[in-house]
Design a protein around this ligand. Structure first.
Ligand SMILES: NC(=O)c1ccc[n+]([C@@H]2O[C@H](COP(=O)([O-])OP(=O)(O)OC[C@H]3O[C@@H](n4cnc5c(N)ncnc54)[C@H](O)[C@@H]3O)[C@@H](O)[C@H]2O)c1
Ligand SMILES: Nc1nc(=O)c(N)c(NC[C@H](O)[C@H](O)[C@H](O)COP(=O)(O)O)[nH]1
Length: 217
């Protein structure tokens, strides 16, 4: 499975303010770029923190580009959600695309039944936190070969920690958000000595900011 992590952040590395409300950082050109990368993907993934903050539908993508690259149907939607906290009225359950909930043994069976009734395919992997390696292997067995991860910071760090990321792309907008508690590109516990090594493969001015692309060693 090819895993691409993408996000938009401020010049000081924040994905949103400390209030964790959805904040539009990307400009038009970056959103167009995101829609093309979504069109190339079999699935789009976020953490439940993003679902609770933004209620994303994850259904916007460049349909012409998907046709051009030979894609069929629509990209699936995936949420990493250890306790099964995704609201049953979330946009993810609008029925317009397949939706997976990656959860753990900590989620109650009643909750899992409710999520399945809401239309989710539930994948249980791990005891307290989603075992991302096991969960992504199950998704791969389900035919998902290219995964587009859109955040947030907790999920992004965990994917790097599990050495599951192949590519990282970041749009840096020309604004400063600040805030010691604001979400950043990679949150979680953080590395202390062995860091993820990146190879810079793209630098481009885009909208009023900069687009950076790395492959992950
Ligand atoms: N600017 C952007 O590109 C962008 C993109 C996405 C989200 N955001 C913002 O980021 C914030 C949400 O980010 P966040 O870090 O709080 O939440 P997140 O979206 O990263 O979700 C984290 C949650 O996912 C669940 N989870 C399950 N298994 C996990 C695992 N193995 N590792 C990590 N998490 C796991 C946990 O419940 C955890 O609390 C919101 O403010 C949102 O607006 C910004
Ligand atoms: N690329 C990007 N630029 C931004 O400025 C921003 N705030 C996000 N945030 C990611 C967001 O939380 C979701 O992943 C979807 O971007 C929600 O959008 P949809 O409901 O799917 O249209 N992503």
């Amino acid at each position: 499975m090819h895993v691409l992590v993408n996000a938009a952040m401020s010049a000081d590395g924040k994905l949103a303010s400390y209030r964790r409300e959805q904040l539009r950082i990307s400009g038009e050109m970056d959103f167009d770029r995101v829609d093309r990368r979504r069109a190339e993907s079999d699935a789009i993934m976020v953490g439940v923190g993003t679902v609770l903050a933004d209620d994303p539908s994850l259904t916007r993508f460049d349909r012409n580009h998907r046709d051009a690259v030979g894609g069929t149907g629509v990209p699936a939607r995936i949420v990493a959600d250890s306790q099964g906290r995704t609201p049953l009225d979330a946009a993810l359950f609008d029925g317009s695309a397949p939706t997976y909930v990656l959860t753990t043994e900590a989620a109650s069976s009643d909750r899992l039944e409710q999520l399945e009734k809401a239309g989710a395919t539930v994948v249980v992997a791990g005891k307290e936190r989603v075992d991302l390696t096991a969960a992504l292997s199950e998704l791969e067995r389900d035919g998902i070969e290219t995964l587009f991860v859109e955040g947030g910071g907790e999920l992004i760090f965990s994917l790097f920690e599990a050495d599951l990321v192949d590519e990282l792309s970041v749009y840096i907008g020309s604004l400063l958000i600040g805030g010691r508690d604001a979400p950043t590109l990679a949150d979680g516990e953080g590395f202390v000595d062995e860091f993820s090594n990146l190879i810079l493969i793209g630098v481009e001015r885009l909208d009023d900011g900069v687009f950076l692309q790395w492959s992950v060693e």
